[in-house]
Design a protein around this ligand. Structure first.
Ligand code: AMP
Ligand code: MG
Length: 349
């Protein structure tokens, strides 16, 4: 393990303390002068206390929000807390939980997050190459047009693709159907050092499978516990799991599907079954609620992201990813060779 240096404290002696010794050893002072000095010291001490309070408050709120100097208004609550699952029916899909900034600020924050994400992902990759066992898995769920692909492009796309293992889960093939539903998921898990991304996942096996009756209720009913046990094992092996559901309103989905039908470059994304699934909105909503209620665990909690505003959804996923990677406390691997000796050898070569 390498050690990291802690930032040097910027605190200097408070003004009151600096001034305290100023008049020392100057002989006897008049009562009036003493009184004035006392008052001055009191005022300075008060000022210093106020300044210290202000700076502590500022550092506390910037720590919680991860905001940068350019964007004074940003996260007012950590994303993971603001996005805790609740009652889906009560969710306002155009809300921006935890974020007090506007779209412009969000886009700037997304760009700033991207730079940090990219560095941390490289550290993760380096760690994996040096015998580390850790990896990160982002699981994206959401109805058609909810923006899963946009998150992959605009958030995951900010890091080096060499370190990403991306998998889209569609209708299982005949070969996949011969196996347990978790088989294809296990095969797609990220290797150490990688950022794994699932566009849909094993959750389809308790969502579409439940809503469309692809298996009996007895079969899908057992899957929640199987999923929890599976994810607990994955987490114990070193994978940090981030589960995200992007929630759009039926009105917004209609708009987005219409765009797909109207634009030549979007037609390929449309599938007639999208309209059939729209008709079962309430059933899907119920199935999603069951997923949240039964599979949000300590090691793999769900985050519910209102997704009618794409800029917010992307920022929220980026923040969750960034916070998770930051929490891994990654350090650059130490060399397994003598750097000075290698430099000398290189110079002589
Ligand atoms: P898309 O994400 O739009 O490319 O569509 C993929 C389709 O595959 C969706 O309609 C999913 O519901 C479906 N799908 C994904 N996983 C499963 C699964 N395990 N069983 C049945 N359908 C699935
Ligand atoms: Mg689709």
């Amino acid at each position: 393990m390498s050690t990291s240096t802690s930032p040097r404290s910027a605190t200097s002696a408070p003004p009151a303390a600096k001034n305290k010794g100023k008049g020392a050893g100057k002989g006897k002072k008049s009562k009036k002068a003493k009184k004035a000095e006392k008052a001055e010291l009191k005022a300075l001490a008060k000022k210093a206390k106020k300044a210290a309070k202000k700076s502590a408050k500022a550092s506390k709120s910037s720590k919680a929000s991860g905001k940068t100097a350019q964007h004074p208004v940003g996260w007012i609550e950590p994303a993971a807390e603001a996005l805790r699952p609740g009652d889906l029916d009560a969710l306002d899909c155009s809300s921006t939980p935890g974020w007090a900034g506007d779209r412009t600020a969000a886009e700037a924050q997304l760009a700033a997050n991207g730079e940090r994400l990219s560095e941390l992902q490289e550290k993760l990759f380096a760690d994996g190459r040096s015998g580390g066992t850790r990896s990160v898995l982002l699981i994206l769920q959401g109805m058609d047009t909810s923006g899963k692909g946009g998150v992959v492009r605009h958030v995951v796309g900010q890091v080096d693709p060499q370190g990403v293992m991306h998998t889209s889960f569609g209708v299982p093939t005949a070969a996949e159907l011969k196996h347990h539903f978790l088989w294809r998921v296990r095969n797609a898990l990220p290797q150490p050092g990688y950022l794994g991304v699932f566009d849909r996942s094993h959750y389809e096996d308790v969502l579409i499978a439940r809503v469309h009756g692809l298996v009996t209720p007895e079969v899908w009913g057992k899957r929640y516990d199987e999923i929890n046990a599976f994810e607990a094992k994955v987490a114990a092996a070193g994978t940090q799991i981030i589960k995200v559901v992007l929630v759009i309103s039926p009105e917004e989905q209609k708009k987005r599907l219409l765009t797909r039908l109207e634009r030549e470059d979007k037609l390929w994304k449309y599938h007639p079954s999208d309209v059939d699934d729209r008709r079962r909105w309430a059933d899907f909503r119920q199935a999603y609620q069951a997923v949240l209620d039964r599979t949000s665990t300590d090691v793999a909690p769900w985050h519910v992201i209102p997704a009618d505003r794409k800029w917010y959804a992307r920022l929220a996923v980026s923040q969750l990813l960034l916070d998770a990677l930051t929490g891994l406390d990654l350090t650059w691997p130490l060399p397994t060779f003598d750097v000075a000796a290698e430099r000398a050898r290189l110079e002589q070569s």
